[in-house]
Design a protein around this ligand. Structure first.
Ligand SMILES: Cc1cc2nc3c(=O)[nH]c(=O)nc-3n(C[C@H](O)[C@H](O)[C@H](O)COP(=O)(O)OP(=O)(O)OC[C@H]3O[C@@H](n4cnc5c(N)ncnc54)[C@H](O)[C@@H]3O)c2cc1C
Length: 247
């Protein structure tokens, strides 16, 4: 199991599976930890060369081709790599995330199993963060008026609401209220868990929108974690992405 990248107070992102090695990227070389070294970007080049029935020639020459494809919107080859991630995040983050319709999702269901007893409690610093960089910031104003005392009071009230819900939920389950109805008062701060699968082009589209300062800070933290996994698994494509364009 790959390491969990911690996000917010109880969330995480972890890599479940990655693909894109094509024929050339699957080697039998091992790194210092004994893990197989697999290159998950060779499949992008091979997909592009399918048109001429040629294959991967090595990064000395093919780094240029990768950059050309990326910079000239030859996007489809980047759909021949991808990854599955497992994410634990508050329900309100998932509501934003699930708008990305071209990813595939499978989420744990509070119909069948109680969700983890975990709620997101923003820090005072987060509550007091100005909504800078957001084009809708006018509608989000507030943090600049908030005092530390009011932020602390809000946090305490929120924690109280979570505890009240938890007690009612447990009583309802113990009394035999069906799980699918016992959950009705569940706050959107409750953590849930899902797997999301997408190709590399699609992950970069997600990161373009969700690493942007206009995105809500919480989903941005998850996007940063996704970005760090993309950087590790697809380092050449990540460098092109950092230079500024989505394929
Ligand atoms: C900062 C920010 C603020 C937002 N605020 C709001 C808000 O206030 N209210 C709200 O409802 N949403 C909001 N959203 C969600 C936003 O409108 C998109 O639904 C979300 O970002 C998913 O983007 P997407 O459609 O590109 O992704 P995907 O659904 O993954 O689609 C990827 C691409 O596939 C194509 N595509 C997919 N489905 C269709 C389709 N049906 N028709 C045509 N082309 C399609 C498009 O080219 C699209 O860009 C916000 C998003 C961001 C980043």
């Amino acid at each position: 199991v790959s390491p969990h990248l911690t996000v917010l107070d109880h969330g995480y992102v972890r890599l479940v599976e990655v693909w894109g090695h094509g024929d050339a990227g699957e080697t039998d070389r091992e790194d210092a930890n004994g893990d197989l070294i697999v290159d998950h970007e060779c499949g992008i080049i091979e997909a592009a060369r399918q048109s001429t029935q040629a294959s991967f020639r090595g990064w000395d020459s093919d780094a240029k081709l990768l950059a050309y494809l990326y910079q000239h919107a030859h996007s489809t080859p980047f759909e021949f790599a991808g990854m599955v991630l497992e994410i634990q995040a508050p329900i309100f983050v998932f509501r934003e995330w699930h708008r990305h319709r071209t990813q595939s999702y499978s989420e744990m269901s509070a119909r069948y199993a109680p969700l983890p007893e975990l709620h997101y409690l923003p820090t005072v610093e987060r509550l007091m963060m100005p909504a800078s960089g957001n084009r809708q910031a006018g509608a989000l104003r507030g943090a600049d008026l908030l005092s530390v005392e009011a932020a602390q009071a809000f946090r305490s009230a929120l924690a109280g609401q979570y505890a009240t819900f938890q007690t009612a939920y447990e009583i309802a389950l113990a009394c035999g209220v069906p799980k699918e109805l016992a959950r009705l008062g569940m706050p959107v701060a409750r953590y849930s868990r899902m797997r999301a699968s997408a190709n590399l082009r699609n992950w970069l589209g997600f990161l373009t929108l969700r690493m942007d300062p206009a995105a809500q800070w919480e989903i941005r933290q998850f996007a940063e974690a996704v970005g760090s996994i993309v950087a590790e698994q697809f380092p050449r494509t990540w460098e092109l992405f950092r230079l500024g364009r989505t394929p």
